[in-house]
Design a protein around this ligand. Sequence first.
Ligand SMILES: CC(C)(COP(=O)(O)OP(=O)(O)OC[C@H]1O[C@@H](n2cnc3c(N)ncnc32)[C@H](O)[C@@H]1OP(=O)(O)O)[C@@H](O)C(=O)NCCC(=O)NCCS
Length: 318
Amino acid sequence: MVEYRAIRHGEWDQAMALWTGVFGVGGWLFQTLSDSTAGRSLEHTRVAVEDGRIVSAVDVFIRDLRDASGQPVRVGGIGSVATYDDARRHGHSGRLLEQAIELMEREGCAWSFLFTGTHHHYERYGWARTPLTMRQGKVRTEFPVRDEEYRVALLTSDTWPLEAMAQIYEVFNATRPLSHVRNKTCWDIATRTRLEQSERKTLGAWSGGELVAYLSATLGQNEGSVDEACALPGHSGALTNLFVAAAEHAKSRGYSTMSFLLPSEPGIDGAMSQVCEGFEEHQRGHTMSRPIRGGFTMEQVKELFAAPGRQHYELDNF
Ligand SMILES: CC(C)(COP(=O)(O)OP(=O)(O)OC[C@H]1O[C@@H](n2cnc3c(N)ncnc32)[C@H](O)[C@@H]1OP(=O)(O)O)[C@@H](O)C(=O)NCCC(=O)NCCS
């Protein structure tokens, strides 16, 4: 007999074994998501249990994301959706997704958000594609002279100025549609652990002794992707210096293009065009969404994904 229910104390290791086995990634990803999400309860992790063994799981991460007018609203992020190979095609994951929808209704979520490569699994339960966009440009041969007001340096795990970064993030994204509200626990656990991944480099820009902007990028084999860049108001020169430093690094690694998973807004657009040219915009189709709360429609969710200046940052993935 299969039970579909909330995870219980003492079962977390079994769920971790399922996720790390199915996704082939380190347990840190699932552990930090759980530890950094405020208001977590056992109810949020739904499991299918057969003869005492967890065979399928779905996790719900409740977050505050900004709506089209910049106000934080409660959103249910669906993640860690997995079923062991030998238990697939029995409807386990589907049952757990139905339970996750009921849970998000009880929790008062306005809508739900997820990342996937298997869209049809979610379409059956009401999620629809809501693509994000990215811009890609060719690295210029010459960059502008750096603004001497700002000193740029690489940030490392010994020196994370997390509090200052959190303040800059908060100010820069205070009314940005789709952006996540990150509290201190989120910064200290999830954001920090993601910043510390070996493929990622993060730079800070200081004016005098004050950190006024930062940029974070992932370095792939053939290309670098800048996926977070935030500045305090009045410091767009700091953004330009950060982008120049990132583009110089890109060039030294032999990259001819760079990708930008960043909002379209004057400071960012200006800095991007100083280091790259010939931009192309691409849709990233791995995101799906679904209204949850009565009165919130799919049209409203889609409007949010089209709102000017919107951004979902990669560091907030789940
Ligand atoms: C995607 C995944 C979670 C689905 O798990 P699952 O428990 O097999 O899901 P379900 O049983 O609800 O649905 C899977 C299929 O079985 C079918 N099915 C459901 N009940 C069935 C039953 N009683 N008999 C036969 N088939 C059944 C469904 O219609 C569905 O068919 P389709 O994919 O051809 O449309 C699982 O394949 C998995 O872990 N994949 C790897 C990780 C992954 O991709 N996760 C999602 C990424 S976000």
